[in-house]
Design a protein. Structure first.
Length: 204
């Protein structure tokens, strides 16, 4: 299922209503948040979706958030959705952006950066396993390396499963079939550029 917003919870409710097996119902990462499954109640148990980060508030970064933002009040943090899928997605993306700026400042100096310089940081982002551990994201995100040629970072995803109360990993990290998909994307992009008189950017 590829959806967003209320359509997801409606689809899951309707699937549960006709007893469609949830272990055969897989959403993409737009269709795998807490808001998509909670309204369906017990009927959503076993629902699957792809994701590129872990759910829950058990990672080291959450300990820091609860300590420094909420003064150690885990209940208050939970009220503000700390650990839910979309909250975690925001935290992960903030980390990527911060590390990109850190990389750019390492090259261009610790100063206000231009858009071009920040883009350089994003296109040279290399978040290793060691860096993830240091930042508090160990086990929550797969190591990631971006380049000018590859903004997808090889695109690994993991399947998560809803048990009625929480999400948990239900697979290993999966690598997409880039040998099949990437040539089609590039051919279509080239055709679009030609049709619209666009000169594609080069990474050289």
């Amino acid at each position: 299922m590829s959806g967003w917003g209320v359509m997801n919870q409606v689809a899951i409710k309707e699937a549960a209503g006709i007893r469609y097996p949830m272990d055969q119902f897989v959403g993409n990462w737009w269709s795998g948040s807490d808001a998509d499954v909670i309204p369906a109640g017990d009927g959503a148990k076993g629902y699957l979706s792809t994701t590129f980060h872990g759910a829950g508030a058990g990672f080291d970064v959450h300990k820091d958030i609860i300590k420094h933002i909420y003064g150690g009040d885990a209940a208050k943090a939970k009220e503000n959705k700390v650990g839910e899928v979309l909250y975690n997605r925001g935290v992960v993306n903030a980390m990527f952006a911060t590390e990109a700026v850190r990389a750019a400042q390492a090259k261009f100096g610790k100063k206000s950066l231009t858009g071009e310089q920040v883009r350089w940081g994003l296109e040279n982002l290399n978040v290793t396993e060691a860096a993830l551990a240091k930042l508090g994201f160990k086990g929550m995100v797969s190591p990631l390396k971006v380049s000018c040629e590859d903004h997808e970072t090889m695109g690994p995803v993991v399947i998560q499963k809803w048990d009625g109360a929480k999400w948990s990993y239900a697979s290993d990290w999966l690598t997409p079939m880039r040998d099949v998909v990437r040539p089609m994307v590039e051919a279509d992009a080239a055709a679009y550029a030609k049709e619209n008189n666009i000169t594609p950017r080069t990474c050289k």
